[in-house]
Design a protein around this ligand. Structure first.
Ligand code: DQA
Length: 147
C-alpha cells in the first residue's frame, strides 16, 4: 500500500475559527477526517501532520524519506517565504502536491508568490477542503503513473 503524508502549516490548527469567510467553517479535525476517508477510498495509507514551526515542518519532510511515497502540503504562510521548506522538498525527492484552501492568486499580491511552485508536481488552490481531497487524488494519480 502506498503511503501518503499530508502536511498542514502554520495557523491551520485554527481552521473553523480563523477567517471562515476565506478558509471555511470546518475545523482541522473535521478536515482530517475527510482526508482519512478519501485516502481509504483511494486505497492509500495516510498520516497527517500540523505544525506552526518552520523547522518542525522541515524535519517532518526530511523524515519522510523512505517512509512516504508522496506528500500533499499546505504550507500556509510559509508558502510565500520558506526557502527551507522548498529545499527540504527538493532534498527528499518525494513527489509533492501543493494545496491551498483559498485561491492565492486572487488575494493580496504577496500571496501570489509560492516558493514551492516549481518544485512540486502541481498546485491546487481555491476549492476549500476539496483542495486537500483533490490533492490526495492527484498524488495517488502520480503514484499510479510511476508504477
Ligand atoms: C493558505 C493561503 C496562505 O496565504 C495563508 O497564509 C494560509 C492558508 C490557504 O490554504 O489558502 O495560512 O495556504
Amino acid at each position: 500500500m502506498k503511503r501518503l503524508l499530508v502536511i498542514h502549516g502554520p495557523n491551520l490548527n485554527l481552521l473553523g475559527k480563523r477567517e471562515p469567510q476565506i478558509y471555511g467553517k470546518l475545523t482541522l479535525e473535521e478536515i482530517n477526517k475527510k482526508i482519512e476517508r478519501t485516502a481509504k477510498e483511494e486505497g492509500v495509507s495516510v498520516e497527517v501532520f500540523q505544525s506552526n514551526y518552520e523547522g518542525e515542518l522541515v524535519t517532518k519532510i526530511q523524515e519522510a524519506m523512505g517512509v512516504f511515497d508522496a506528500i500533499v502540503i499546505n504550507p500556509g504562510a510559509y508558502t510565500h517565504t520558506s526557502v527551507a521548506i522548498r529545499d527540504a522538498i527538493v532534498a527528499v525527492g518525494i513527489p509533492a502536491v501543493e494545496i491551498h484552501l483559498s485561491n492565492i492568486y486572487k488575494r493580496e499580491d504577496f500571496r501570489t508568490k509560492s516558493m514551492l511552485k516549481d518544485v512540486v508536481i502541481g498546485q491546487i488552490a481555491g476549492f476549500g477542503v476539496d483542495s486537500y481531497l483533490l490533492g490526495i487524488r492527484a498524488a495517488v494519480g502520480i503514484l499510479k503513473r510511476d508504477e
